[in-house]
Design a protein around this ligand. Structure first.
Ligand code: PEP
Ligand code: MN
Length: 263
């Protein structure tokens, strides 16, 4: 079902007023984690002003250490819904397990499946039984074929609203957190009709490299970007190292718009 041989025309995923998979790149921006009401509202207003189309923010966080900040949970989802209310931006947030799914469905516009859950097959089947758009991140060490097979799990349950997200893979390189595999963009577009977006934040792990790879993702033909933004990255409770400031994000939007016009 994910294959272009089965479905030659590009899939368009409608999220609120926006279409993912068409000619215009869709930009999703926001903090790694929702931290407080003030934080999420400040970011939502700022990214909206800069031209973002959707707001991201984690409420349930898959942290490498069980002692790191785990997210605000349902309180975080309520704050995201409030930010949507005041800005009109649809919201994207990660669903970590099946038990949390009914709650997530009440609050979010797009269900994010994190890299660490890309092969959580029961979770994929469960989101496949809903009609919510799903943002399926590529696993830390997943091949493109494995990633497309994970999309297949969702599609085979009936949910056709799948957006793929390249977020970098594990390699031997240590100067970056992951290696952003931009090869995946045209390769996915050859083998599949599903939209594919790029996450340069997790792809490189350092804010100083994010703008370059955001431009590169759009130049490669991605249908959009998902980017981490924080007004005070050094104070962020997760992923501050890779978060753009509000000013950097504004700059990114201007640069990415120019690249999109050129491709
Ligand atoms: C995130 O988007 O904050 C996140 C945890 O991403 P990934 O699953 O790609 O690591
Ligand atoms: Mn993050």
């Amino acid at each position: 079902l994910a294959s272009r041989a089965f479905h030659p025309q590009d899939t368009l995923v409608q999220v609120g007023p926006h279409v993912v998979g068409g000619a215009n790149p869709v930009i999703i921006a926001g903090p790694c984690s929702v931290e407080s009401r003030e934080q999420i509202l400040e970011i939502a207003h700022a990214v909206k002003r800069s031209g973002a189309h959707m707001l991201r923010g984690g409420a349930f966080k898959p942290r490498s250490s069980p002692y790191s900040f785990q997210g605000l949970g349902e309180e975080g989802l309520k704050l995201l819904a409030e930010a949507r209310e005041v800005t009109g931006l649809p919201v994207v947030s990660e669903v970590m397990d099946i038990e949390a799914l009914p709650m997530m469905l009440e609050y979010v516009d797009v269900l994010q499946i994190g890299a660490r859950n890309m092969q959580n097959f029961p979770l994929l089947r469960a989101v496949g039984k809903t009609d919510k758009p799903v943002l399926l991140k590529r696993g830390l060490s997943a091949t493109i074929e494995e990633w497309l097979m994970s999309a297949e799990y969702i599609l085979s349950e009936g949910n056709r609203n799948v957006i793929l997200c390249e977020r970098g893979i594990r390699t031997f390189e240590k100067y970056t957190r992951n290696t952003l595999d931009l090869n995946a963009v045209p390769v996915v577009q050859y083998y599949s009709h599903l939209p594919v977006i790029v996450d340069p934040s997790h792809g490189v792990g350092h804010s100083r490299y994010v703008l370059a790879m955001a431009r590169a993702g759009i130049a490669a033909g991605a249908h959009g970007l998902i980017v981490e933004v924080h007004p005070r990255p050094q104070e962020a409770l997760s992923d501050g190292e890779q978060s753009l400031t509000l000013e950097d994000f504004d700059q990114m939007m201007r640069e990415v718009t120019r690249v999109a016009e050129a491709v």
